[in-house]
Design a binder for this molecule. Sequence first.
Ligand code: NAD
Length: 471
Amino acid sequence: SYQLSTATVGEKQAFDVDQAASLVKDLRNNFHSGKTKSYEWRVVQLQRIMRMLEENQKKIVEALYKDLAKPEPESFFWEISITNASCKLILEQLKGWMMPEKVQTNSATMSLSSAEIVSEPLGVVLVISPWNFPLLLSLDPVIGAIAAGNTVVVKPSEISSATSSVLSNLLEEYVDNSAIRVVEGSVAETSALLEQKWDKIFFTGGERVGRIVMAAAAKHLTPVVLELGGKCPAIVDSNVDLQVAARRITAGKWACNNGQICIGVDYIITTKEFAPKLIEALRNELEACFGKDPMESKDRSRIVNSSHFKRLANLMDEDKVSDKIVLGGQRDESQLQIAPTILLNVPEDSLIMQEEIFGPLLPILTVENLEDSIEVINRKPKPLAAYLFSDDEQLKTKFVQNVSAGGMTINDTRRHVFVSGLPFGGVGKSGMGSYHGKFSFDIFCHKKAVLYRSFAGDDKMSYPPYHTYKG
Ligand code: NAD
């Protein structure tokens, strides 16, 4: 991997802008050599990534444990297995995706012609990833970039430094480094990279840095994909199968990365009468998953670092919120752990209802009439995901038609992201552009319009002088 500075990850030190420039220059030359465009090159790189994942599971799981105390089954499923499935799908489909797509021509004006859409690689692309799924969210876009025939630099998060380092070493060992590179580092290194001219920047992270990325890209008119976050709501109706709903909410909130997930449930809206029943059901499911003392459970990741711990503690400690805790609330800074915590009826202007929570705190808002919850959601920026638990077909239709979100699952949480035929991405403040499945290939291609004409069938009427024009 390119070492842009001698700094260990996280330390601030001068960075070598020239090296960032020469990295991009090398990759651009290698792109122009044409080798990344061949089907064979793409397939070999993807096969090597699959082999890399298979041969290094233990190393990866250990790094994820070091970074987040991620339980092994979560690491295996959410990081390794999903990444592997992305490669597998692409290997099965790539030949077809790379074929030009025939398009009808207009027979009146374009006789003896044919038209097609050619999916051409963009060139040199930059992927910047976050710490919460540091393997998946680094590799999944890289896999799309390779499938589309690009050269690519990936900059993993310095906060998940163990995984960043393993990823850097492994990619260096397994794939073609003349086209696929890892740059480790934090703000200084990322800023040096962002100064360069890229053909696309694919950023996953928060809104604040998203703005920095977009502003840097604008200088070069570089297109961006921004995979951001937001507050993902879940509406819960009283007609649901309560145990199943509570289990799925528990899974979507706490069983995955301890709430540090962009598509996790951020807050719930239900009716006043139903809230106590829902809280009781969540209490039971939490106990079933994490035992009587969830602080001792080995099945929950920890909070990633002390600054995120303090941020979450601050959300719980705000005056208008601290007396609203109805379940959990325990915390231990030395272990970076916060218990699954439910807060009932926090005011909408509290910090916890203004910011993305990204942790194990779950506010429940109540409304008189469940249909009012759509208005509550629409008062906030558009979320990355939205959920509805209900048996009422009319409410489902109303929810799908009136709630704008990156994606949604009805009667479960998160599962829409596993359907490779569905695009994954945000809308409004939750981002722009989408990937997964064929969308991962398309987002890293230019769809070039190509028209082939024959010399025959030339039509004099379309050239000056326009003698024959009658109006
Ligand atoms: P972040 O925005 O703080 O960091 C993301 C990346 O940007 C990291 O690689 C980091 O090194 C880099 N970075 C940080 N500050 C920078 C700066 N000043 N200039 C240039 N680069 C900088 O995000 P995070 O804390 O790692 O991740 C959490 C956020 O990511 C949440 O908002 C979450 O919702 C979002 N997220 C979104 C998705 C998605 O798929 N849409 C997935 C996971 C996380």
